[in-house]
Design a protein around this ligand. Structure first.
Ligand SMILES: Cc1ncc(COP(=O)(O)O)c(C=O)c1O
Length: 409
């Protein structure tokens, strides 16, 4: 028998909430867990059921839920200053975070916003204004890759190549040339292009599909040869996910813009950053060159405090070594899982993975079964995403793989 509180929360949700990416007709009346607590790699619902957070709360969680170091940073900041405007004022935590992010990314300037979409949107707007102010107003186009996903604001969505999400706004945003990979760039006139946008190493929403090794370096060289800027969307891959702090560091590539969000606060608060070079930044100085873009919560001190605490843990001695080891273990476990009937193949990059099923199986049904077995994740088309918090221990990863095996059985 469901608790009264759970019944009330669900009833209010069905009556008044509108969920993202959700067919509300099917949603209303469908019982789902009401999450009330998080502990390490677990989420706990209002019925006291405990689940593995198998997709890191939509790819955000890094060090586990309720981590004492992150909670302390938040509590201390909450008792000091929750928010003050970043317009005409600075704040201690945002200053510190901007300089630390620039240092670890090898870039010069950090522009804050609130989520992955706005991190990308800010990069697009900066780039268009930069071209305008640098005497190249004709370079207004962007190159994006098929099946890419960069968020839902109009600009970011226009660079999204997942047809089913973006059909309704087709043609309304910036000019976009589509490429499937490096081979298509030769067909594009670079003189009309401002920047290329890519999810480095692996496309997330495209069912976790890695790019060929070396592709990012090749793309960087192509951009340099053609006077085109490189925008890296590390909203999913940032903060250790792929085994290096940023995915681009795997191929020793430095972008002109680096877009960060999701894991930036360890998955605790919405915060994003668009990092760029001193050269780009300099063109925005002087009367008439201001970057007219920003949000009320830009540089929010609570989010910046928790992001600083998150970064401290990410650059700690063994953190990335352990992520690489755990990624290897996930690879071995996925190898075993791929022998299950109905599994077509798997893809993995660091601690990002997807298990693609063949047409005899339904990934959404497998995810519902996983929920019954105590693990939460979501499918993308017919791929089951397995992207646990980077803090997951080896036994926890093995236990999650066992849930996957049982769900497939
Ligand atoms: C690569 C990438 N870019 C941008 C976004 C958009 O981020 P947000 O949902 O925080 O706006 C996402 C979200 O999944 C993403 O995976």
């Amino acid at each position: 028998m469901m608790k009264e509180a759970t019944q009330q929360w669900l009833a209010s949700d069905w009556a008044h909430s509108w969920h993202p990416f959700t067919d509300q007709a099917r949603w209303e009346g469908q019982v789902c867990p009401v999450i009330v607590r998080g502990e390490g790699v677990y989420l706990i619902d209002s019925e006291d059921r405990k689940y593995f957070d198998g997709n890191s709360s939509i790819w955000t969680n890094i060090h586990g839920h309720s981590h004492p170091h992150l909670v302390k940073a938040l509590q201390e900041q909450a008792a000091t200053l929750c928010h003050s405007s970043y317009l005409g004022l600075a704040n201690a935590k945002a200053s510190e975070l901007a300089s630390r992010l620039c240092r670890v990314a090898g870039l010069d300037r950090c522009f804050f916003s609130d989520n992955g979409s706005t991190a990308v949107e800010a990069a697009l707007r900066m780039e268009l204004q930069w071209r305008h102010q640098s005497g190249e107003p004709n370079r207004r186009g962007f190159i994006a890759f098929e099946n890419a996903y960069h968020g839902d604001t109009l600009g970011a969505a226009s660079l999204g190549g997942v047809g089913r999400f973006f059909e309704s706004i087709s043609g309304m945003g910036p000019e976009v040339k589509w490429a499937r990979g490096m081979e298509d760039l030769a067909e594009i006139d670079p003189e009309a292009i401002a920047a290329v946008v890519i999810e480095p190493l692996i496309q997330g929403v495209n069912e976790m599909t890695p790019w060929p090794p070396g592709m990012l370096q090749e793309l960087r060289s192509w951009c340099d040869r053609n006077g085109v800027h490189l925008i890296l969307d590390e909203v999913m891959t940032g903060f250790g996910r792929t085994g290096t702090l940023f995915a681009c560091q795997r191929e020793a590539v430095c972008p002109d813009y680096l877009c960060l969000a999701k894991g930036m606060t360890g998955g605790y608060l919405p915060l994003a950053a668009t990092l760029t070079t001193g050269e780009i930044y300099e063109a925005f100085k002087g009367v008439g060159n201001t970057f007219y873009y920003g949000h009320s919560y830009t540089g929010n001190p609570l989010a910046c405090a928790v992001a600083l605490a998150n970064l401290e843990l990410c650059v700690a001695d063994d953190f990335l070594t352990e992520v690489n080891e755990k990624g290897q273990l996930m690879g071995q476990l996925l190898e075993l899982l791929s022998a299950q009937p109905g599994v077509k193949n798997f893809r993995r990059c660091g601690m990002i993975s997807g298990l693609e099923l063949d047409s005899s199986r339904s990934a959404s049904e497998v995810c519902m079964k996983l929920r019954e077995l105590g693990m939460l994740t979501r499918p993308i088309l017919n791929t089951v995403v397995w992207m646990p918090p980077l803090a997951s221990s080896q036994p926890e990863l093995e236990a999650m793989a066992y849930c996957l095996k049982q769900a497939l059985d």
